[in-house]
Write a protein that binds this ligand. Sequence first.
Ligand code: EPS
Length: 399
Amino acid sequence: MRRLRLLTGGESHGPRLTAILEGLPAGLPLDREALNIMLRRRQHGFGRGGRQSIEKDEIEVSGGLRDGRTLGSPLVMHVNNRDWVNWQTVMDPWEVDGPAAAQRAVTRPRPGHADYSGGVATDQLSDQRNVLERASARETAARVAAGAVCKQLLDRYGIRMRSAVLAIGAHSAFEGPPTWHDLEKVRHDSPLVTPDPDNEDVLVESVRAAREEGETLGGVVGLVIRGVPPGLGAYVHWDRKLDGRLMQATASIPSVKAVSLGAGLEVARGTGSKAHDPFIRGEHGLDRPTNHAGGLEGGVTNGQDIVVRAWFKPIATLRKGLPSVDLATGEAGETVWERSDVTAIGAAPPILEAVAALVLGDALLEKLGGDAITDLDAAWKTYCARIGPWWRPDPARTS
Ligand code: EPS
């Protein structure tokens, strides 16, 4: 990121996860309940494992905030792991009663997880717990905390998000790239957070069947971002292009194996005249009757809704096990199962929102700058005035 810096720390069964977000302007008011709602959404979803009934993720702040307003210093946030009490001896930071590594050592790498690749990289194959504890998707709790803060920054200027699960395994709840309107009925508390909450039974059944078979499932998640002004990002350098930055952030979510912007997946098979979104004269400047580009052209936002889809592979920890090799003995053996989600896809919408909010928040600050929120407000007004002939913000949301 160019204006913001985010560092997360902490292991899945350690005492807590920490997110340090630096680069926010001073004076931004934060709504604590809205931050915690994002964290609760990340714990949700039919098919989650036993861990989510132990945890009650909530944000604690230990720096960078006073009276609910950012100070301009690093914002330091924590999410405590309630499960820590059950893992203290295994995950003790200091050697107290003999090496913690001797307990619950993991020596058979799970195909699809970082156990082997990360173990080779860091010379920790003899106990892959040293890798998997950090590689766990539990880390996304810290990213969601930071992303939820950026969502509040974006919301100040009328930039809003809707997201949903579009498919689970072979079952689709929605085909193709969604529009803002397609996601208006999404309920964050429906079992699988699809665009059609009253018709999730088939998908719920498929998760139940997978559970019975000791299987896991992946799926597709969609996100639409409305109210983004044109002109964020850059067309000049590969590493400043916003489409690349958004796709990188999305692909960094655990289990994501493919990302598409707009109708990216579909237009590749068609012709140019069908792929591109015509310009027509509209009531307020220019209109685009279609949005195949998904809000980005040439690495720069174009004022249309940003549309992202992410494809998640099935969870790598299967109750029925997968073929592996015990690297302590060299013998063939099945992977070991302790506990896992059948699918975590219901938790993915807020994670996708969070990473997109980090990227867009960064792009907004890159464009408008300012150490104080009052600077940013003034720069936003000036920028909106300049692009006024072509694009207007939501009048209800402009400070
Ligand atoms: C997660 C906590 C983990 C898993 C999941 C995400 O809990 P535990 O490992 O204690 O059961 O439920 O992690 C993974 C899917 C993974 O691949 O690592 C969470 O809080 O999101």
